[in-house]
Design a protein around this ligand. Structure first.
Ligand SMILES: [Fe+2]
Length: 379
């Protein structure tokens, strides 16, 4: 059988010029019984297109784990560590993920809860207004390396009318989405649309993540458009956290290189970021007025860290750049977790139940940042 790749249907809100390569439905192959050649074609398609959809798939948690492992055969642990989230009640993820006992790499995800500073009023909720919960990639960002791929299998999809995501950040931006969608944006687009001066910052910057970031940020509120956190001083102090050590703290480049296309993706978990380290403009780059941080910087004030990340990431979640997947039961979506960000969306009534199986594996390596050539090109 040959693998057929069909562009995913885009909503009318999407700017199709920005989705030329993003997202494909895969036909002609059963993801659970692929030959090695077919698996290689799926692997390459995933890195080329960021997200792959298989429809009408029945697979057990064991099969889902095996399929996820194809992308990183040397990894055995769930992205946050096996059985770690269920036992850590202080983590914000404790409410969202439940481990499947016999396959601890696979999690059951339900309806989820939001934690924005301001909430959508009950009247607006009744009118199907909602928010992005939290734009993120799936990664512990402490001790363990970010998973390459996440697989999501829709077991039960809530039924109901479309909802409208309101960004509520003063822009008036809104986006109509299917109930219970998972929304995706491309990290490559997030980088590509930045003005040159911010591209220069991005290519020179690294992010230092907080230790145990999901415990650290447990009391913080999400900004209204779901990207990053409000700076209200609500983070736990370092001595309130579970025991941690400096060498397990993660420092990653802001831009990560796609292993197949070599494109750069803006890959930052904005809520977990604690500091930004920016290198000076390299020798050989002519300095101009308007250069940002030409001599480099180490930004440690949390509000400044978050404001800079927001400035660079908010444009990338504009309504025209979001792919909200319209889930059908038995859809299987594989996404490149090192080249996309995603968010759960939706406000549910008690009878609107959302049951998904999710699997990702803490990677056997760390992401690769920009090369010296990339720095010279974009700085
Ligand atoms: Fe996720």
């Amino acid at each position: 059988m040959t693998i057929e790749l069909i562009p995913l249907p885009l909503p009318p809100t999407a700017d199709s010029s920005k989705f030329a390569t993003f997202g494909r439905e895969v036909k002609g192959v059963n993801p659970c019984s692929c030959t090695p050649d077919e698996l290689e074609a799926v692997r390459e398609a995933l890195y080329r297109h960021g997200a792959l959809l298989f429809r009408n798939v029945s697979l057990t948690p064991e099969q889902q784990y095996s399929l996820t492992k194809v992308f990183d055969p040397n990894s055995d642990n769930f992205g946050h560590g096996n059985n770690k989230i269920d036992t850590n009640k202080e983590s914000i993820l404790h409410h969202d993920l439940k481990t499947i006992p016999r396959v601890p790499q696979v999690q059951l995800i339900g309806n989820g809860i939001t934690c924005h500073k301001t909430v959508v009023s009950p009247e607006d909720e009744a009118n199907d207004i909602t928010r992005f919960y939290r734009w993120h990639m799936d990664a512990a960002l402490y001790d363990l390396s970010p998973p390459r791929v996440t697989t999501l299998h829709a077991i039960q999809v809530p039924k109901g009318p479309k909802q409208t995501v309101r960004y509520d950040d003063g822009t008036g931006d809104e986006l109509v989405v299917p109930l219970g969608t998972t929304a995706f944006v491309s990290g490559q687009t997030m980088f590509q649309i930045l003005p040159a001066k911010l591209k220069s910052v991005a290519v020179r910057a690294k992010v230092k993540y907080a230790p145990h970031p999901y415990v650290w940020m447990a009391r913080s509120h999400v900004r209204s458009p779901g990207i990053g956190l409000e700076s209200e001083g609500l983070e736990k102090s370092l001595d309130e956290l579970p025991p941690w050590t400096e060498e397990k703290i993660k420092v990653y480049p802001v831009l990560w290189k796609n292993p197949v296309t070599k494109d750069l993706s803006f890959q930052v978990h904005p809520g977990a970021a604690a500091e930004i380290i920016i290198s000076p403009l390299p020798n050989g780059i002519v300095r101009e007025e308007g250069d940002m941080y030409p001599d480099g910087a180490h930004i440690t004030k949390l509000k400044d860290v978050r404001d800079l990340l927001y400035k660079m990431q908010r444009p990338g979640i504009a309504p025209s750049l979001v792919y909200p997947h319209d889930w059908h039961e038995n859809d299987l979506v594989l996404f490149h977790n090192r080249g996309t960000l995603h968010s759960v969306v939706g406000t549910f009534k008690p009878d609107q139940v959302r049951i998904f199986h999710q699997c990702n594996l803490a990677a056997s390596d760390d992401p690769i940042g920009p090369s010296d050539e990339d720095v010279m090109r974009w700085a």
